[in-house]
Design a protein around this ligand. Sequence first.
Ligand SMILES: Nc1ncnc2c1ncn2[C@@H]1O[C@H](COP(=O)(O)OP(=O)(O)OP(=O)(O)O)[C@@H](O)[C@H]1O
Length: 307
Amino acid sequence: MNEYVLRTHRLVKAYKNQLALDDVNLNIRQGSIYGFIGQNGAGKSTLMKLVTGMAFPTSGTIELFGESGDKELVRARRRMGVAIENPALFPQLTAKENLEIHRLQRGIPGKECIRRVLELVGLEGTGRKTARNFSLGMKQRLALAVALLGDPEFLVLDEPTNGLDPVGVVEMRELLQKLNRETGITILISSHILSELHLLASHYGIIHRGRLLEELTLDELQKQCRQYIHIKVDSPELAASVLEQELATTKFEVLADGTIQLFEHLGRPSRVSGALAAAGLAIEQFMPMGEALESYFAKRIGGGAHE
Ligand SMILES: Nc1ncnc2c1ncn2[C@@H]1O[C@H](COP(=O)(O)OP(=O)(O)OP(=O)(O)O)[C@@H](O)[C@H]1O
């Protein structure tokens, strides 16, 4: 079986006066959840449209389930479920009726799949309620159900958490994790907010101005997001000398507001607080912190902007 569900090679998409994708080599392994992160306009939807056949590349190749010929790609795309932009939902129809229309349009045999996808996304109890009266979270679930109709092996979801409240984001995360765990489905999911995908995605791709800056695993991302102890005491100068002399470290920074970020001794916080207290310092704040994911993302694309 092919190790990669999707690979792109030097993929370029040029619109009249701009490169929406610039030499993109993307690699999505089978069974992974690939979080595709980029600001608005970075090129996420464009890549998804090329992969799903909604638009054509200017140059470069797409390899889907190991296939890259034109005919083979058409066949491979049948193994994909897609939710890009809002799917056509009929507001006056129920979830079941909406799915029936999509099933017929796509020529999927048998009605059994409708009950199954409704259960998968947790909309089986919506009965006669019409889509007009659905919450945004329910509409997103219905869009996901539409994508799941043909029993796909690869799901492509463009910002499915867009506009959801924090509870809705967590629900969507749990739902996609459950699908991935129980069916082994590979998922490509985009967002402009890294923290929304964090803990959902097993792999990450960061795109900025059409260029794929970095691909990394969840583990690598965690390592990149630097951990430290945040310390606020009545005398930062004295604290700095305690850190250097008593704890033998220079891996800290004293910020302009007098707070200290200590990058060492993370596993022994009581030793640090003990040494500070023993020197007579009053400890006002003392807590372990990690660099916010968003600041890592901002830093990464900040650097990328000059590439
Ligand atoms: N049909 C088009 N014609 C011209 N330019 C386009 C077209 N589609 C996209 N673009 C441009 O290509 C760039 C990438 O757009 P794309 O929609 O892929 O970004 P995105 O990362 O999906 O952003 P968003 O989060 O806003 O959807 C943008 O600058 C956009 O203006």
